[in-house]
Design a binder for this molecule. Structure first.
Ligand code: IPD
Ligand code: CA
Ligand code: CA
Length: 264
């Protein structure tokens, strides 16, 4: 295993322990509101500190882009960190959240870890070497018909988000597929596309730390992860479409209808 991936796994497992230990006392946690419906707790912060300490201990020159503490410049390598993806779920004891850590070199994704500490599921990928779940190779699903596809998504929930755009996109796929799920952790949704539990996923308004690791997992598992409306980098726009190649084609066609990209 690549030593940088190994370090990321160590960091993710440390953060996962902090998160799981805090879960029984979640009612007593101090919760701050970053913006309406967007929360942060001391657990998010503590987990992020542990991750950064672990990564910095091994690679002191690397840059960092982390959700809670922001960006710090480094050399051409940059860690992209979401210490707890699915904070709202965590706060409700809804068992769907994960630690997400990716490594980019000059903007290209190289390593990925998404760790679900409750199920002890560790999703990993190295560029060009495939993706794994708990050390076993994973691949995207083979579902080819749109009618047989199970999709994931995320609803807009911030005031600045466009709900009407999401509704337009949802209308284009809802009755044509086997179902649409909104589980509340974009990083895990993408990991589920990578291992074939979901056949496709879309969401808008995301941040690089929500999707960096998940995008590499999907690609290394044989899927496609792109901008929702273009072939661009979803980490730039925050709008992602990820799926197995057949379902990706169906979703692209469905979302390409005139007006789908309008945010009004
Ligand atoms: C959130 C989760 C959620 C998605 C939001 C993200 P957070 O991350 O990924 O599924 O819908 O857009 O912000 O805030 O829990 O790290
Ligand atoms: Ca997140
Ligand atoms: Ca987070």
């Amino acid at each position: 295993m690549h030593p940088m991936l190994n370090t990321a796994i160590k960091a993710a497992r440390r953060a996962g322990s902090v998160i799981v230990r805090a879960l029984p006392d979640v009612d007593r946690l101090r919760v701050e509101t970053k913006s309406r419906h967007d929360f942060v707790t001391e657990v998010d912060r503590r987990a992020e500190e542990l991750i950064i300490d672990t990564l910095r201990g091994a690679y002191p020159d690397h840059g960092i882009l982390a959700e809670e503490s922001g960006a710090s410049a480094g050399n051409e390598w940059e860690w992209v960190i979401d210490p707890l993806d699915g904070t709202t779920n965590f706060l409700h004891g809804f068992p769907q959240f994960a630690v997400s850590i990716a490594l980019r070199r000059r903007g290209r994704l190289e390593q990925a870890v998404v760790f679900d500490p409750l199920r002890d599921e560790l999703f990993t990928a190295t560029r060009g070497e495939g993706a794994q779940l708990n050390d076993r190779r994973i691949r995207v699903s083979r579902v080819a018909e749109f009618g047989g596809a199970l999709l994931g998504t995320g609803f807009p929930f911030r005031e600045s988000d466009s709900l009407s755009q999401w509704v337009r996109l949802f209308e284009r796929v809802a009755c044509r597929t086997s179902g649409v799920r909104r589980a509340g952790s974009a990083a895990l949704d993408l990991a589920y596309v990578a291992c074939g539990r979901l056949d496709g996923f879309w969401e808008t308004g995301l941040k690089p730390w929500d999707i960096a690791a998940g995008a590499l997992l999907v690609r290394e598992a044989g899927g496609i992860a792109s901008d929702l409306f273009t072939d661009g980098d979803p980490l730039d726009s925050g709008n992602i479409l990820a799926a197995n190649p057949r379902v990706y084609g169906h979703m692209r066609a469905a979302f390409a209808d005139p007006g789908a990209a309008d945010t009004g």
